[in-house]
Design a protein around this ligand. Sequence first.
Ligand code: FE
Length: 150
Amino acid sequence: MKRRKAFIHTAGFAGISAVAASNLFAADLNKRFGEVIIPPSKEMGKEKHVPIIDAPSEVKAGESFTVTVEVGKKVPHPNTVEHHISMIQLCSLEEDSQYVANVGTFNLGPTLAVPRVTLPVIIQKNSTLYALGYCNIHGIWDYSIEVKVE
Ligand code: FE
């Protein structure tokens, strides 16, 4: 409360009313999850956190294909207890659906697990595959590709 009062006092000094200052707080706390996921463009060409998806661009409906998600493909990410990739998730969204589905979620232990997961996947319709990668220091990063069904 002391810090909040100090902020309002400072904001008031800058010519902002206490009501406006409290709205600033509210805006910061109401960010949607999607707004705080870091897009691949932040590391264009030197991807260290982006969970790059490797999958065929065209597959057959109902037939399994291999999907690999790798963090640190271009620039290796640190893999220490203090700084590592601790989660990779793959999701799928069919072209005429509004609901994303979990395909697989992988919890990775530091130093031992390489942040690269491979799994067989089956889709029935054209889909967008989304990957999330979580660095314990630098947050959640995403990537996506489209896979068409022949
Ligand atoms: Fe990191």
